[in-house]
Ligand binder design. Structure first.
Ligand code: PGA
Length: 232
């Protein structure tokens, strides 16, 4: 089972260090793989029970890409895991599928483990149409090698991210069942996962773990979720 903490634009270098220290005490149950995606300024070669990944990366080794971070910078900290296609990058930062697929291809060539996010908008969800929903997810897989052996897919409905309102177990199960027809990769759910609902989510068939934003920023809550997952 995979539990991943996406810090987004939260935590500093100093607080990430404290977080990782606390996480060591919390420990790593055998059945769980823990991942942390801190902000770029907090990347380092940590001794940690968690695998440290990057929240994003430009599809180049280095070059004239102001404000971006590339393979050379990630290699310095031995980062071999990356998050791509997150809804905030798609919808707030305007990344289109073609660009995301280019990043995917680049980091795949570099041998990275890729956490790849997909998820429908509120409009699509509200339509109640299974066809529309599947077509939306399918479009987000365009240009993506779904057979890549180091791929993890996270289903994160846009309307459930950071809203406190998680998708229902049935919604999640349906989406994961659809994604399972597309890929043999581990499938995660993300979107307002917290200690109160994580057990129910992890029990969904086809659910191999969770990608957690808000509730993971407090290390005590993240530890609590690790403990809950351990018991399942
Ligand atoms: P959330 O974010 O847990 O705050 O909803 C999840 C994510 O964006 O990965």
């Amino acid at each position: 089972m995979i539990l991943a903490a996406n810090f987004k634009m939260n935590h500093t270098r100093a607080s990430t260090k404290l977080y990782i220290d606390r996480l060591q005490i919390c420990g790593k149950p055998e059945n769980i793989q823990i991942y942390l995606f801190p902000p770029f300024t907090a990347l380092d070669r940590y001794e940690s029970v968690a695998v440290i990944g990057a929240q994003n990366g430009y599809p180049a080794r280095n070059g004239s890409y102001t404000g971006e971070i590339g393979l050379e910078q990630l290699e310095e900290f031995e980062i071999k895991t990356i998050l791509l296609g997150h809804s905030e990058r798609r919808h707030l930062l305007g990344e289109d599928q073609e660009f995301i697929a280019k990043k995917f291809d680049f980091y795949k060539q570099a041998g990275f483990e890729i956490f790849y996010c997909v998820g429908e908008t509120l409009e699509v969800r509200k339509s109640g149409s299974k066809e529309l929903m599947e077509a939306y997810l399918e479009a987000q897989l365009e240009g993506i090698d779904t057979a890549y052996e180091k791929l993890v897919i996270a289903y994160e409905p846009v309307w459930a991210i950071g809203t406190g309102q998680s998708a229902t177990p049935q919604d999640i199960q349906e989406a994961l069942a659809y994604l399972r027809t597309k890929s043999g990769a581990p499938l995660l759910y993300g979107g307002s996962v917290k200690p109160q609902n994580i057990a129910q989510i992890l029990e969904i068939s086809e659910c191999d773990g969770a990608l957690i934003g808000t509730a993971s920023w407090d290390v005590e809550q993240f530890c609590e979720m690790i403990q809950i997952a351990k018991e399942l």
